[in-house]
Design a protein around this ligand. Structure first.
Ligand code: GLU
Length: 327
């Protein structure tokens, strides 16, 4: 009987472990965080913690020119100041799925690139940026660049040997919709051929592309829910396509309205008045969390509160599927 009970407890424990969500915050350490980054961090943390799950801090320092370890240190300090704690990751690589900085995960990305190569759906591309821009339709005004397939082999899948000249590695995309349900914006259908065309997995200079790195990392780190700004909503389709090709389970996706400044422009690391350097000078942590909670629609006013104090009140239905919120 006792044995049976123990087994039951073990099964229940295992089920909770399997069911418990794992979220993550994946900042690029290319500058001080701004209010929009912190908004994402807070909602992602609340979602994971409210469900009894864990939270990972991954340093997305793929861009060697712009990433700096000082910025990563500052991000950690800002998260501590806000009361957003993580169970895994960070600069000290806490946890079993490290390293947690993308700049040190190249060997893993290379292994997954080989797996994609073996499908015959990748090819070398020697187009320069100027070549690609010259093929863009004149009406293309939303800043999206769609690869016209200039270097794509006539027949796909192909197993042609790589060219000797430096080249990017691109992934062939199908001319069909990728469907998924976003937790905030609902059902989405994205045709990758018309949305972005064949996309880059590794750049000609050897740098790893975000789309490959993020999929490998989220999968290997066991992430079950991705929460981030809606500027990456369409990227989710590219990532779901990659999960499918690699036979990896995809996480759920929740994209958030972008935080805009009073002029209606999306915040950038250049908006110094809403950067954490300035916000920490003008707010207490509780005042800033209160302001964010109000912005997110979690609270009826911006009264000061702690992140942990919001756990009871947080509900995904508070986040409206609008394009942006204005501070
Ligand atoms: N590194 C990206 C950023 O800082 C986030 C990417 C993601 O969450 O998938 O905006």
């Amino acid at each position: 009987m006792q044995r049976l009970c123990l087994r039951y407890v073990k099964i229940v424990y295992l089920c909770t472990m399997i069911d418990s969500p794992k979220g993550r915050f994946a900042p690029s350490p290319t500058g001080r965080m701004h209010l929009g980054n912190v908004y994402t961090a807070l909602i992602s943390w609340l979602s994971a913690r409210k469900a009894g799950g864990s939270w990972v801090l991954r340093i997305e320092d793929l861009d060697p020119q712009r990433s700096r370890v000082d910025y990563a240190r500052q991000i950690e300090d800002d998260l501590h100041w806000l009361g957003l704690d993580w169970d895994e990751g960070g600069l000290d690589d806490r946890g079993a799925a490290g390293p947690y900085s993308q700049s040190r995960r190249g060997a893993l990305y290379a292994g997954f690139l080989d797996r994609l190569r073996s499908t015959g759906l990748t090819y070398g591309c020697t187009c320069t940026r100027a070549d690609i821009m010259a093929t863009q339709a004149p009406h293309q005004t939303d800043g999206r660049v769609i690869y016209a397939g200039t270097c794509r082999p006539a027949v796909m899948p192909c197993h042609a040997p790589g060219s000797a000249v430096p080249h990017a590695v691109r992934l062939w995309v199908p001319d069909r919709d990728i469907d998924f349900v976003d937790r905030v914006y609902g059902p989405q259908s994205v045709n990758l051929a018309s949305h972005c065309g064949d996309f880059v997995l590794r750049r000609a200079d050897g740098a790893w592309a975000y789309q490959l790195a993020v999929v490998v990392d989220d999968a290997l780190m066991g992430i079950t829910e991705v929460v981030r700004g809606n500027d990456l909503l369409l990227s989710a389709a590219q990532q779901i396509y990659l999960y499918g090709l690699l036979g990896l389970p995809a996480p759920s996706f929740a994209h958030l309205p972008l935080v805009c400044n009073a002029e209606g422009r999306r915040l950038s690391k250049r908006d110094s008045s809403l950067s954490m350097a300035e916000l920490r000078r003008t707010h207490t942590p509780d005042a800033l969390i209160g302001r964010l909670a109000y912005l997110a629609g979690i609270t009826p006013d911006a009264s000061p509160c702690t992140a942990a104090g919001l756990l009871d009140r947080f509900d995904w239905s508070a986040i409206r599927p609008v394009g942006s919120v204005t501070v």
